[in-house]
Ligand binder design. Structure first.
Ligand code: G16
Length: 543
């Protein structure tokens, strides 16, 4: 095989963030930018030589070109076999499943998740390890180290692989298998959920809509919801994966899934609505005129897991990211199981899942999942809810309200200030840190602070410590204010403010969320001077 050694200049900015390396498409199109990071992966994971690699992406602009480059580099770096999704498509959860099922050395997933696509949008690349989960921090640090000192990469001159034709191709010692991206994933879902019962629900007068947001879940949702479970044709909206997501923002939340929101907030009754993101790992759950916060969804999934075939034997434990509301903690307490608090980023759940300490985990950022794979899983959450609705024969709203009545309600919201100047964001965080010593015991707008700190996570499995994972201001009544800078944005900095207020009394469960959180919003402004530092009067997005 003719391997070409290409001299290159290292890039200094290839440090992966919360979930892989995410930059604008234009940034990725700089000479050898993609190649440098891919070579860093091959250098950091020598087991890929002679190994099996899973490869696919969310179909966004630059996906196909990147896949051909990676195939050529994989051949040059001695990879023995590659499974690649037809059309270059693989959702993140499907890739995680393939890695586990076929005992691959790892996988490369091309996605910038919920970030917009197209030539002016974003692109991303992440590596998942042999457990199917996102590379842990020590490995992403190693990628960065290799990338920063790289002086050459290796590539072959093979012809482009026909990605649209399933089949096997032998290329200079590398076996490329173009596979159906949905088959294995659909098979896995059928082992976890009661498809018969869901089919019966959908055969009645129950109506649902799923918004694939012109991203990767279209083919998965059509196969599972429409073709397998019998949902009406057209149930899946925006089903065709498009390179620019139809010009939309593939982020399944109230702000970006507008059309779906309008269908659910409409007198013409739709019982259940759901959406997923660019790479299919996020989910939004809606009832008729009703939004389920991701934190509540996690808690309800945990409280009802015994009703679902795949989880009938009970839960080993649960975990949530630190900013996620404490609703699931209450469920864990009642169930007598452990509840772990990890930093933001799915990679932090990996050790707990691998070690058998938890069965379910989730994040406020519309991510929920279980030990069936090592990624969050959008369609899994949707199927869980459908199975639950089929068993309980109640509406989404009734299920959530009953849960609040039993456990209390955690009013919760996230305010994002996107694309603010990075120095201003850092000054704001420093300003908060400087108040840590004086805050405990202080009464601000009628609420008493009991603790103020920077969250540090001590991994109970590998005993590593992750510092500076978000500023926490905790109040005596259980309320929390969390401040973090996002690790997934590509322009300037994004400040995330997470607000949580617990309300035990069912008589107070009908308040408007922002109104219920108004005192905390005021305290946040007083402590962080958000307007002064960011120059913004209001958040860019409220979820
Ligand atoms: C990624 C991570 C999640 C994280 C989210 C937001 O999700 O996998 O764990 O919660 O980003 O992170 P941040 O607050 O740092 O922007 P995804 O769906 O973008 O891969």
């Amino acid at each position: 095989m003719a391997v070409e050694t290409v001299p290159c200049t290292a890039y200094e900015d290839q440090k992966p963030g919360t979930s892989g390396l995410r930059k604008s498409v234009r940034h990725f199109q700089q000479p050898d930018y993609l190649q440098t990071f891919v070579q860093a992966i091959f250098n950091a994971v020598p087991e890929l030589r002679g190994g099996l690699l899973v490869l696919g992406g969310d179909g966004r602009y630059f996906n196909r070109e990147a896949i051909q480059v990676i195939l050529r580099m994989a051949a040059a770096n001695g990879v023995a076999r590659i499974l690649v999704g037809k059309g270059g498509i693989l959702s993140t959860p499907a890739a995680s499943n393939l890695i586990r099922k076929y005992q691959a050395t790892g996988g490369i997933i091309l996605s910038a998740s919920h970030n917009p696509g197209g030539p002016d949008g974003d692109f991303g690349i992440k590596y998942n390890s042999s457990n199917g989960g996102p590379a842990p921090e020590n490995l992403t640090n190693l990628f960065f180290e290799h990338a920063s000192k790289l002086s050459e990469y290796y590539i072959t001159a093979i012809q482009p692989v026909p990605l649209d034709k399933p089949g096997h191709y032998e290329i200079e010692g590398l076996r490329v298998e173009v596979i159906d991206p949905v088959d294995d994933y659909a098979e896995l879902m059928a082992t976890l959920f009661d498809f018969e019962r869901i089919r019966a629900l959908l055969a009645g007068d129950f109506s649902l809509r799923f918004d694939a947001m012109h991203a990767v879940t279209g083919p998965y949702a059509q196969r599972i919801l429409e073709q397998t479970l019998g949902a009406a044709r057209g149930t899946v909206m925006h089903f065709e994966p498009l390179a620019d997501f139809g010009g939309h923002h593939p982020d399944p939340n109230q702000a970006h899934a507008r059309e779906l929101m309008e269908l659910l907030y409409n007198p013409r009754k739709v019982d259940f609505g759901a959406a997923s993101d660019g790479d299919g790992d996020r989910n939004m759950i809606l009832g008729h005129y009703f939004f389920v916060t991701p934190s509540d969804s996690l808690a309800i999934i945990a409280a009802n897991a015994h009703l679902i075939p795949g989880y009938r034997n009970g839960l080993k434990g649960v975990a949530r990211s630190m900013p996620t509301s404490q609703a699931v903690d209450r469920v864990a307490e009642k169930l007598g199981i452990a509840c772990h608090e990890t930093p933001t980023g799915w990679k932090f759940f990996g050790n707990l899942l691998d070690d058998g300490q938890i069965t379910l985990c989730g994040e406020e950022s519309f991510g929920t999942g279980s030990d069936h794979i090592r990624e969050k899983d959008g369609l899994w959450a949707v199927l869980f809810w459908l199975n639950l609705l089929a068993v309980r024969q109640e509406s989404v709203e009734d299920i959530v309200r009953r849960h609040w009545a039993d456990h209390g309600r955690h009013y919760y919201s996230r305010h994002d200030y996107e694309a603010i100047a990075t120095p201003a964001a850092n000054t704001l965080m420093t300003h908060l840190r400087q108040q840590f010593d004086e805050l405990p015991g202080k009464v601000i707008h009628g609420k008493t602070v009991c603790q103020a700190d920077d969250f540090t996570y001590h991994d109970p499995v590998d005993h590593s410590a992750s510092h500076h994972q978000g500023i926490r201001i905790l109040f005596e009544d259980g309320a929390r204010l969390i401040f973090r800078l996002s690790g997934t944005g590509t322009q300037g900095a994004t400040l995330r403010l997470y607000l949580e207020q617990y309300e035990a009394d069912v008589k107070n469960h009908d308040q408007d969320v922002q109104a219920a959180l108004a005192p905390l919003i005021q305290i946040a402004e007083t402590l962080a001077l958000i307007r002064t530092f960011t120059g913004r009067d209001a958040p860019t997005v409220i979820t």
